[in-house]
Design a protein around this ligand. Structure first.
Ligand SMILES: Cc1cc2nc3c(=O)[nH]c(=O)nc-3n(C[C@H](O)[C@H](O)[C@H](O)COP(=O)(O)OP(=O)(O)OC[C@H]3O[C@@H](n4cnc5c(N)ncnc54)[C@H](O)[C@@H]3O)c2cc1C
Length: 379
């Protein structure tokens, strides 16, 4: 029996476990595979708030900025507790323009950064190449966004697990949760581990199961339309070509330690298919080559594929559900790594105080249930 059982050991489940345990709760994480099996270790790890302000609700932008501000402290606490590096880097990202359209886009991003009070600097093509000599000579300008930081998600997840375990979180791997229901006075979960089924009890349950929220997990909650958005990302290996994350509107290139360079990422509606494809790889390499021709000589180390957990409005659900004792932190789509710090903070607030602060209200579970009720009434 724990105060809190968390279903799913991705970046969201582990970050929430760490924060709840730090505040004194006894927490068990139930993970069907290994922590990071899902999207979390595939992520490029960019900590970049959206620039598509016309398409992104203001409440989500505010949450992203809130999380970005919390990140340095979040990292310090994880590294201090567990003794492992999260691969946090603060070089910023460098947007590169190829033509007039790109130049106008960079002016637009600069204005948004300035409105947010975040540092950014326009560069000429010559200044871009002075900063990153391997960028294509066709680059006509750039924008250095110093506030964009990054983590190495393949380091962050093990670091989070180590931090959780160091402060007493019970992380159970190979333990799938099949059902969650309210039993007398507590929540009852049915767990499957090594072919054996056994019950587990907790006062509260937090669902952080990524795209599998409504797949193979039976709960009293109505279905609210979780769907996977497939993302392919190519890992190259060889000479280190850049220090900054390099971006344009088609592609991003993320340098990691040891001469690794990630080129991402596709966005595809392919259900639960996780096969890398020739077309996805071709697009990423072509766009990557256009901005950084030196990738031609690098080795292809791997092609990684992940499924981004997504609701139809592209906003996460954070908070209580329609069943007492069941909470949800799911649907972080393209931003789960960035949003992990704020998600952990606010979920701990909500679960420990029973109150949802006004800034988190737009991410409530009820918005989907209200949609369904209206559709049923109309039909
Ligand atoms: C190619 C790509 C690039 C990305 N780049 C970025 C980026 O640069 N920045 C950023 O912020 N975000 C990025 N993302 C998005 C980010 O990866 C996701 O938003 C985030 O990882 C979601 O985390 P999660 O913990 O909700 O889900 P997941 O990481 O998928 O974790 C869910 C976990 O739940 C477990 N589970 C599922 N069902 C059960 C069950 N019944 N019982 C027990 N365990 C269960 C799974 O095994 C899994 O480990 C990217 C995603 C992709 C695919």
């Amino acid at each position: 029996m724990s105060d809190v059982a968390i279903v799913g050991g991705g970046v969201i489940g582990l970050a929430c476990a760490f924060e709840l345990a730090r505040r004194g709760s006894s927490v068990t994480v139930l993970e069907r595979e290994e922590p990071g099996f899902g999207a979390s270790t595939v992520a490029a790890g960019m900590l970049t708030p959206s620039f598509e302000v016309e398409l992104t609700p203001q409440s989500l932008v505010e949450l992203q900025l809130d999380s970005l501000r919390r990140y340095p402290q979040f990292i310090r606490e994880i590294e201090a507790a567990g003794g492992r590096s999260c691969g946090y880097r603060d070089e910023g990202s460098l947007w590169v323009s190829r033509h007039r359209d790109d130049e106008l886009q960079l002016d637009h991003i600069l204005r948004i950064q300035q409105q947010r009070g975040l540092p950014a600097r326009r560069l000429t093509g010559r200044e871009v190449r002075a900063l990153e000599p391997y960028v294509s000579p066709r680059a006509v300008g750039g924008l250095l966004v110093e506030s964009d930081h990054q983590v190495d998600s393949r380091k962050l997840v093990p670091a989070l697990r180590a931090a959780c375990e160091a402060i007493g979180v019970d992380v159970r791997t190979g333990t799938g949760v099949a059902t969650v229901e309210r039993a007398a006075g507590a929540m009852e979960l049915t767990c499957q581990h090594g072919g054996v089924t056994s019950p587990f009890h907790a006062d509260q349950v937090l669902l952080a199961a990524g795209v599998w929220l409504e797949e193979g997990l039976v709960t009293p909650l109505p279905k609210i339309g979780m769907r996977p958005i497939k993302g392919q990302i190519v890992h190259l290996q060889g000479q280190r070509l850049v220090r900054h994350v390099i971006r344009n509107s088609d592609v991003y290139l993320v340098p990691r330690d040891g001469g690794r360079l990630l080129i991402g990422a596709t966005e595809e509606e392919q259900g639960f298919d996780m096969n890398p494809t020739a077309g996805g790889t071709l697009d990423l390499l072509r766009f990557g080559f256009e901005v950084l021709p030196g990738i031609y000589d690098l080795d292809i180390a791997e092609i990684d594929v992940g499924l981004r957990p997504t609701f139809h409005d592209h906003m996460p659900v954070l908070g209580a559900t329609t069943t007492d004792g069941i909470y949800m932190a799911s649907g972080h789509y393209r931003g789960g790594v960035l949003l992990a710090a704020a998600t952990a903070h606010w979920m701990a607030e909500i679960m420990l105080t029973g109150q949802a602060p006004s800034e988190i209200e737009p991410f409530n579970f009820r918005r989907f249930v209200a949609d369904q009720t209206q559709q049923e009434a109309a039909s």
